[in-house]
Write a protein that binds this ligand. Sequence first.
Ligand SMILES: N[C@@H](CCC[C@H](N)C(=O)O)C(=O)O
Length: 289
Amino acid sequence: MPESSIDRARQTYPFVKGHGTENDFVLLPDHDGTIHGDLSAERVRALCDRRAGIGGDGVMRVVRSAAVGRPLSVATWFMDYRNSDGSVSEMCGNGVRVFAHHLVTEGLVDAAVPVVVDTRDGVKTITVDTVADGGATYTVDMGPAKVLGQTTVGANGVTWPAQHVDMGNPHAVAFVSSLQVVGTLVDPPARDRGVYPDGVNVEFVVRRGERHVAMRVHERGSGETRSCGTGACAVMVAAALADGARPEGDDVTYRVDVPGGTLHVTWTADERVLLTGPAVLVARGTTDL
Ligand SMILES: N[C@@H](CCC[C@H](N)C(=O)O)C(=O)O
């Protein structure tokens, strides 16, 4: 959708809808930062509303790095990510694949080379693995995980020990006996507010086999979602540590099942975390929300 299609008299603007393992997003092309420079939490909530809006777990403004005060960035494009409640997050692992797929689909980057995208957590490099039927599979170099201390989380009247992992954004990973034991996850899980004063993404994990886990997630700012890319990375790191499978000479890969599909996460011998999964664009249009 070209930006020139903006109808300023009716205050309409273009959007694109996409998802990665059913973690879904509204993308707002705003190349020069002239449409949504003042993107309000209220507008984000309206766009993400699943009954009165377009619906999404978050909004990603597609804007040139230079237009958001990052003129020296090696990446032309900046992913301005907002949760569905309007709050800002540093990083979104599923979102950055969808963002890259949008750039590739619109010819805004050269798909023959790795795509680089600037985020609040720094520049991410995304490689196109396969392309098919409107979707594609991408691998994102998420950079290093920060493995922090032990904490606790609570849901459904139960408390579990949890591993604090920072993937640019905060995570608490708890191994549980079943994914049902945590209940409906309508409310945010209990957390240590001293450790996570600004909220936390909480992953509940069960083992499915060797280097194979499954998770549910309650995302800070969005509630329970059907997938979380940074969450899958945090889960993989916590599982690999618990399994004594931390990479030394060789990379280690885990399959991470989420309610919306499957992700693969590799922890490399040089401490980078690589996230592989699909990106799909499903709709485009204009809105005046
Ligand atoms: N779903 C995303 C994470 C989005 C941000 C998160 N809710 C936060 O507030 O940190 C992912 O795929 O990583």
